[in-house]
Design a protein around this ligand. Structure first.
Ligand SMILES: [Zn+2]
Length: 324
């Protein structure tokens, strides 16, 4: 035998030398949930290890993530009250706005991203304005733009629209520019599927729709060409980075978007992907740490540059101990 692939697997050192993909804490964006109150750190039952924080405890969490090498957070707000248009999403004293300035004060170099959507703020739980029982695309754009500008005013470096309305990246870009925020970036949830993997998140963000579902605006899971269409549209509209969501059941989509798109590509390792690992780990059925690292690696290998993940802190600790 002339060719023996096993020669390259003989020792740990050698294996590390020929490794094709690497992962680091610098690849992670840590999603965090923030609500009104003080000294709160309320566990999210379906996502062990994840919490709803008040601003004071959120700042500590962000600081800890930063100290572990995680460069960025993305914030999701739980408002004190909800209404038909989600007006607390663009209030100066809104919860995300307060959180932004607090983190900025304590961890000034951390990259601050915010989720821009209406579902956490509307009493009906949909991602847009409702007109005649339907989510009205164009009326929603104005509200999203207002929310994005409000986050920029409070210190967001990147706003991340997750609503899947048509034309929202362009609407947000022009509103940011008009308000003097030319340097605030947009991370577009360009390719977001109507997925069952978001279940635990809806408990965490208290954002389940009161009627119907999100299939009229989020993408249909069987479609792959359409993902490229969505990604290219958001690029043309001015997105600075784009995202595929969820990650694990959509690794082929991450790869295809990577091949067609020049922008930094993020993938969201969503709540259901996290919850499944934690549930099986707690049962003693799997080696949770090993599977966490393997999943994160698979997302990177598929082509993502950045990974939004609830594992950010935990994986950063593992990576601090060894090079994977
Ligand atoms: Zn939404």
């Amino acid at each position: 035998m002339i060719i023996r692939p096993r020669r390259l697997r003989q020792s740990k050192t050698l294996r590390e030398m020929v490794r094709e993909t690497s992962i680091s804490a610098r690849d992670f964006i840590y999603p965090l949930f923030v609500k009104h109150g003080r000294s709160l750190k309320e566990p999210i039952a379906s996502m062990p290890g994840q919490y709803q924080f008040s601003v004071d405890t959120l700042v500590e969490e962000a600081e800890e993530a930063w100290s572990l090498g995680v460069p960025a957070v993305i914030l999701f707000g739980l408002p004190d009250r909800k209404d038909a248009v989600g007006s607390r999403s663009y209030a100066d004293d809104g919860i995300v706005q307060q959180a932004l300035s607090a983190i900025k004060g304590r961890v000034p170099d951390m990259v601050l991203m915010t989720d821009v959507c209406l579902c956490e703020y509307t009493d009906h739980g949909h991602c847009g304005m409702i007109k005649e029982g339907r989510v009205d695309n164009d009326a929603t754009l104005e509200l999203l733009a207002k929310q994005a500008v409000s986050h920029a005013v409070a210190g967001a470096h990147f706003v991340a629209p997750s609503d899947m309305m048509d034309g929202r990246v362009a609407a947000i870009r022009s509103a940011l520019d008009a308000a003097g925020f030319q340097d605030t970036g947009i991370l577009a949830y360009a390719v977001k599927y109507a997925s069952g993997f978001y279940g635990p998140f809806r408990e965490a963000a208290e954002s389940a729709p009161r009627f119907g579902d999100r299939t009229s605006y989020q993408m249909d899971p069987p479609n792959a060409r359409e993902a490229l269409k969505e990604a290219l549209l958001d690029m043309e509209e001015g997105a600075d980075m784009i995202m595929v969501k969820p990650a694990l059941a959509y690794l082929d989509i991450i790869r295809r978007v990577r091949e067609e798109c020049l922008l930094p590509l993020a993938a969201y390792n969503v709540s259901g992907e996290y919850a499944m690992v934690k549930a099986a780990q707690n049962q003693g059925w799997i080696d949770g740490e090993k599977i966490m690292m393997e999943i994160l690696l698979s997302i990177k290998r598929a082509g993502a540059d950045l990974i939004l993940t609830y594992f950010a802190k935990e994986a950063a600790k593992v990576l601090g101990q060894s090079i994977l």
